[in-house]
Write a protein that binds this ligand. Structure first.
Ligand code: CA
Length: 386
């Protein structure tokens, strides 16, 4: 699979006659196949000083095709209507329990924290685009990755809130729940935990303590290994790139003994609400969800896209502001060109690589000194490194 490259393009046209207009357009396209879908961004008035008059800004996200990768599910819950999750975009109710229906609120799936003994409430499932089967050939491994942007607001025991579900019960999301993810902690910190399935031979493994009410990117890797009682589940928290080999697992749950059966064919993603006396449910907010057969596709599906916030003249300078994922490295690049066009081969680095601090969406900026005198046009793009 090819390395994925994210880029953002911004162009400034510097001409003698002001058209008093700034257009912002976002394009996402596979790098090798030209522009794909587009959407119009915002329109601003332009500056008249120094003949900086017409600005055409394009924002691009380059996504090369992956020849062998399969994405099973992607969800951005900011595109959902607030209210019941079930009934929207392929989400269905598991079984007959409909109490406390799972909500979409503020663009996120909201599972409320409940104390132990609060009852059993609605679960929801969505079909994967392709079934994920356990390997039948010796010494082979089939992998499933699922990830989410998640904020943990409270914890109460070790019931899982999300899992991949098998087809053993049919096409109803009510089968065995595998590669379970939970959170457990105390008043000050919590830890994510994962297990292969619900059998006693596959207990939860927990990672280090994290702060509540902070958004993380979490990716769970399920390794379905030929043979019994030998599967592995790993958890990655805030991975730094799409290269799984460059990441250190937050949890690596390997099992070398046991008497239990391994996961079978997986067909669904499932949100679970469940309490019993002594074991409540965690409060979580999930903004995006992705399932694939590889780490990179999940990682990239969870990323916040780079977006231009503004491009302004300041004296002889051009000041660019853009929104970008925290915890990444950005490289601004620039090329000159005629008004209305540029060569993608002509870009050179502008300034040093910028290490973007924090998590979530971060607004950053760069001042291109003296750039407003570069007529007739100047084009920028931001590259996510690597
Ligand atoms: Ca196995």
């Amino acid at each position: 699979m090819k390395t994925k490259l994210f880029t953002l393009f911004a162009g400034v046209e510097l001409s003698a006659s002001c058209t008093a207009r700034v257009a912002l357009t976002t394009n996402f396209w596979p790098e090798s196949s030209g522009p794909g879908r587009r959407r119009l961004g915002k329109v601003r008035g332009c500056m008249t000083k120094l003949n900086l008059c017409s600005m055409a800004i394009m924002v691009g996200l380059a996504l090369p095709h992956s020849s062998s990768a399969t994405v099973y599910l992607t969800d951005d819950f900011s595109t959902y209507a607030s209210g019941n999750l079930v009934g929207q975009q392929g989400w269905n109710q598991v079984g007959s329990i409909s109490t406390l229906p799972i909500q979409v609120s503020g663009g996120r799936v909201a599972i409320p924290g409940l104390a132990g003994g609060s009852g059993d409430n609605q679960d929801a499932y969505k079909s994967l685009s392709t079934l994920v089967t356990a390997p039948s050939i010796a010494n082979t491994t089939n992998k499933v990755f699922y990830g989410m942007t998640i904020t943990v607001t409270s914890t109460a025991g070790d019931s899982y809130f999300i899992a991949m579900v098998e087809t053993n019960s049919g096409n109803n999301g009510n089968g065995f729940a595998d590669f379970r993810l939970t959170a457990s902690g105390n008043a000050s910190t919590y830890s994510f935990g994962a297990r292969v399935n619900g059998q006693t031979g596959y207990p939860y493994f927990y990672g280090a303590g994290l702060a509540y009410n902070t958004t993380h990117t979490v990716i769970v890797e399920g390794d379905m290994i030929n043979g019994n009682s030998n599967d592995i589940v790993e958890v990655y928290v805030d991975p730094t790139s799409s290269d799984v080999t460059a990441q250190t697992p937050y949890v690596a749950a390997g099992y070398s003994s046991g008497e239990v059966a391994d996961p079978g064919t997986i067909g669904f993603a499932k949100y679970s609400q469940f309490t019993i006396p002594g074991n409540g449910q965690d409060g979580v907010l999930i903004g995006r969800l992705a399932v694939a057969d590889n780490f990179a596709d999940v990682f990239n599906s969870l990323r916040v896209n780079i977006q231009i916030a503004s491009i302004m003249q300041s004296g002889n300078d051009i000041v660019l502001k853009w929104m970008t994922p925290g915890g990444t490295t950005n490289q601004l690049q620039v090329t000159s060109g005629a008004g209305g066009g540029y060569s993608t081969n002509g870009f050179t680095n502008l300034g040093p690589q910028m290490i973007i601090p924090g998590t979530g969406v971060v607004t950053t900026n760069y001042t291109d000194t003296g750039a407003a005198t570069n007529k007739p046009a100047r084009y920028y793009r931001v590259r996510l490194v690597p």
